[in-house]
Design a protein around this ligand. Structure first.
Ligand SMILES: [Zn+2]
Ligand SMILES: [Zn+2]
Length: 491
């Protein structure tokens, strides 16, 4: 039985012990064991357990962790700039379904800039910095008091596993996915692993201490991951084994939360499928949008319209698969109209099988729209977009979708969105709200790694800053300034 104390107790009760109780207690039964034991054994019911156990001369899943091991990690605590510092840490013992991963690379996600750099919390749009701060949740305050390793993803090598871990073994190369997948909950079983029950178990009362500071202060891993460190201590629900010789940076890029989201919404087909030859618009060409551009190309779109205010990002979009690029600052109020024009096609006559751009609901438009803009956490040093809250691009994304088309939203805007009610109710657009683009991590991340290995996914054009662990803060500043496409820390 797993033993947790303090903050971890509720987490273990709620999701951990349920699964543990379902598993055989005294065996070394693993998925690998089942496979190496032979398929024929599966037909023998009860014999499976005994024979598989016998076949394994030594249980591979009981490798102990190395408690007391020293490692470095960026620890955030308190508020304001300077809250994140590089610290010497001492690893705590692991148990149950915990997994220790030696970090090879971790991506510096824009959504984490607030916590890493001590910027004002979400809900305080930079354009309104003189306005009173928005409501800050008790959970946010509690988290800001904890010593927390930020970073919600990464790739690396499994160094140790708890005795109940089945999914990976020591030496495996893994993606520590920003989105967990237990494979057993209602959401996983209904095909929406992006909504796995474990995702909601990352609050201050769910986290377990994984290390100690020199003065004995317990240190926690953000999202049960804590990617900004030389070691990640996570749970098996978050790890996806990947079998590849790709470089740490390339693998870290394709396995990042943003690339998985961008490829997820275009190539996983969980939320909606891009039809071959169709027209796709991608609003926002950060690393997520640029991954979506690539996913749309791979899915066989004929026209890919990439929209971003930053010139360099539009250039990267053209390089990785966009057929057209638009600057929302140049197009202004005409942006939606421009996308409809580009979507008209050469046969926009009635009766000719064309796309009629007229009518109340707006005929032409993209068949499939990916929205990946979100709110600015700080004013960019390169070209700023037309709305720092991310709401205007969200409205535009909805309106540039053709009747009968699909829109997938992926970003973190602030505020409320207003849409023409009739278009919303009977306009034929289908909206999909997807966490990580709806990707099914255990199925899709290995596929995305294949796309990298087969040179269909260009990681290098997206990972434009790669730094060792000491350079993390400088690289994060580039991310929030938007002077780089995205950054990776290698450890
Ligand atoms: Zn992220
Ligand atoms: Zn699940």
């Amino acid at each position: 039985m797993v033993q947790y104390h303090g903050r971890g107790a509720e987490f273990a009760r709620a999701v951990g012990d349920t699964l543990v109780a379902m598993e055989p207690k005294d065996s070394a039964l693993s998925r690998r064991g089942v496979l190496t034991g032979g398929v024929a054994l599966a037909a023998q019911g009860g014999a499976l357990l005994a024979q598989t156990t016998t076949a394994q001369t030594k249980p591979v899943q009981s490798k102990p962790a190395a408690p007391g091991r020293k490692f470095r990690g960026w620890v955030s605590r308190g508020t304001g700039p300077g809250r994140t510092t590089l610290q010497d840490l001492t690893l705590r013992p692991i148990s149950g379904r915990q997994v220790v991963v030696r970090t090879e690379a971790t991506n510096l996600c824009y959504s984490n800039t607030t916590d890493v750099l001590g910027l004002p919390p979400p809900g305080v749009p930079p354009a309104n910095k003189d306005a009173p701060p928005g409501p800050v949740s008790p959970a946010f305050l509690a988290m800001s008091r904890m010593a927390l390793i930020q970073g919600h993803g990464g790739v690396g090598i499994v160094e140790a596993v708890g005795p109940e871990v089945r999914r990976v073994q020591v030496g495996d190369r893994v993606c520590v996915s920003g989105t967990p997948q237990c494979g057993s909950c209602y959401q996983c079983l209904r095909g929406r692993a992006d909504m796995c029950q474990f995702l909601g178990r990352q609050g201050p009362n769910d986290l377990v201490p994984i290390a100690d500071l020199r003065d004995g202060t317990p240190v926690y891993a953000n999202s049960h991951i804590g990617g900004l460190a030389e070691l990640m201590v996570t749970f098996e629900e978050w790890v996806v084994p990947v079998f590849t010789k790709a470089s740490a940076a390339d693998l870290g890029m394709v396995c990042s939360c943003v690339a998985v989201a961008g490829l997820g919404c275009t190539a996983s087909q969980v939320l909606a499928a891009i039809e071959t030859g169709s027209i796709v618009a991608v609003v926002g060409c950060g690393p997520l949008g640029l991954s979506a551009v690539q996913g749309a190309r791979i899915a066989g779109a004929s026209t890919i319209i990439a929209i971003d205010p930053i010139r360099v990002r539009r250039e990267v979009a053209l390089k990785v698969g966009a057929t057209h690029v638009l600057d929302p600052n140049v197009e202004g109020d005409k942006l939606v109209e421009k996308v409809r024009e580009l979507s008209n096609g050469p046969n926009n006559r009635l009766w000719a099988g064309g796309r009629d751009s007229g009518g109340l609901l707006g005929g032409a438009g993209a068949d499939f729209v990916v929205e990946g803009v979100g709110a600015d956490r700080a004013r960019p040093k390169l070209e700023a977009g037309p709305d720092p809250t991310g709401i205007l691009p969200l409205q535009q994304a909805y309106m540039m979708c053709s009747p009968g088309g699909h829109i997938v939203t992926t970003s973190l805007p602030t505020g409320n969105v207003t849409l023409p009610a009739v278009v919303f109710t009977i306009g034929g657009r289908t909206h999909h709200a997807g966490q990580c683009g709806g990707a099914n991590p255990m199925r899709d991340i290995p596929r995305f790694v294949e796309l990298l290995d087969k040179h269909q996914f260009d990681a290098k054009s997206l990972a434009t800053t790669i730094v060792p662990i000491e350079g993390m803060l400088d690289a994060y500043q580039q991310v929030v300034d938007r002077t780089t496409v995205t950054a990776l820390m290698t450890a």
